[in-house]
Design a protein around this ligand. Structure first.
Ligand code: PBG
Length: 343
């Protein structure tokens, strides 16, 4: 006998004695019983699809690090919105890649009622009124330094940025945006936006706060998609949350809710499941996660190499976000997921 083979000791207990007959595998024995006790599920109703918008007509530019993702001219975005609505996707989140010549120190072009994001909102709302539109009021697509706020003497100035973001939010609402989702992490932005929306007759426009947006390396491909990667000087640590922190995330969410946020968002997604769970338990509010560009890119890259089953990982990662407490997820996979769930 091999001396390393563990011997069953004389008088050893049987498994039924060890478990007191509580065999947890019983309910896993068949597909029907697994389905019966399944606690969470993913549906098309959980999906928000982020799309990138560019100037021009009939343009679809592939984003290098995000296979399957395109920058779309407004007419193409309308087509994709029609497809999304047919698939049952509840809402789109739009992000512009602004022409370089239109970017400046303060991101002034965000205050143009006819900028590409506001035109996209109007065109989509006209063609596909049944789909929800979520717009970001952060300045980064519009600044020539790639920061989310106004840069003065090396500092992202808070209060001036809040004024600009607030004015942009009102213009977005006037263009037909249903939800303002400010991602800039300035202090006081939620309350300021709520006041301004209400004062301008947009009481029904909701606010999804990027309450806990972490300083993260997972945003890389997005910055390439909107053309800020080469512009950004320094990093965003003075305004995004330190990714070492969790209590601070709770304080951020609490503050945004006190200021009038209707929904909370955690960003990135999968590496921050603990934050999702804490916020859901603490506040019981509609809670979302943004499965960001780097998360998407990792799945696509590994899948393209044949190292993982991309479709299964996509579905598992989204279900994990649901299990953590998300009511929905912003994900570049949205149309693909909707197709898979339909089929
Ligand atoms: C900035 C913004 C970011 C993303 C959306 N808006 C982060 C950043 O560039 O710092 C990231 C989205 C993604 O990575 O998919 N306001």
């Amino acid at each position: 006998m091999n001396k390393f083979t563990p011997a069953k000791p004389a008088g050893a207990r049987s498994v039924d004695e060890i478990t007191a007959s509580r065999r947890l595998r019983r309910m896993r024995k068949a597909d029907w019983s697994r389905r019966l006790v399944r606690e969470n599920s993913l549906s098309v109703n959980d999906l928000i699809w982020p799309i990138f918008i560019i100037e021009g007509k009939d343009r679809r530019e592939p984003v290098d690090a995000m296979p399957g993702v395109f920058r779309l001219s407004v007419d193409q975005a309308v087509k994709e919105a029609e497809r999304a609505a047919k698939l049952g996707i509840p809402a789109l989140a739009t992000f512009p890649k602004v022409e370089m010549g239109l970017r400046d120190r303060t991101g002034a072009a965000i205050l143009d009622p006819d900028n590409v994001i506001n035109r996209a909102t109007r065109a989509i709302k006209e063609a596909v009124p049944e789909i929800g539109i979520i717009t970001d009021a952060a300045l980064d697509p519009f600044t020539d330094h790639g920061h989310d706020g106004i840069l003065r003497d090396g500092i992202i100035v808070n209060d001036e940025t809040v004024e600009q973001v607030t004015a942009a939010a009102v213009l977005q609402a006037a263009s037909g945006s249903d939800i303002i989702a400010p991602s800039d992490m300035m202090d006081g932005r939620i309350g300021a936006i709520r006041d301004a929306l209400d004062a301008n007759g947009f009481q029904d426009v909701a606010i999804m706060s990027y309450a806990t947006k972490f300083h993260s390396a997972f945003y890389g491909p997005y910055r390439d998609a909107i053309g800020t990667a080469g512009l950004l000087k320094g990093d965003k640590q003075t305004y995004y949350l330190d990714h070492a922190n969790s209590d601070e995330a709770v304080r951020e969410a609490e503050q945004d809710l006190a200021e009038g946020a209707d929904m909370l968002m955690v960003k990135p997604g999968l590496p921050y499941l603990d934050i999702v769970r804490r916020l859901k338990d603490e506040f019981a509010m509609p809670t979302f996660a943004y499965q960001v560009s780097g998360e998407y890119a990792m799945v696509k890259a590994a899948s393209a190499n044949g190292w993982i089953d991309g479709e299964k990982v996509m579905l598992e990662s989204l279900l994990a976000l649901k299990r953590a407490g998300c009511d929905g997820v912003l994900t570049y996979f949205a149309p693909q997921v909707a197709e898979v769930l339909k089929g």
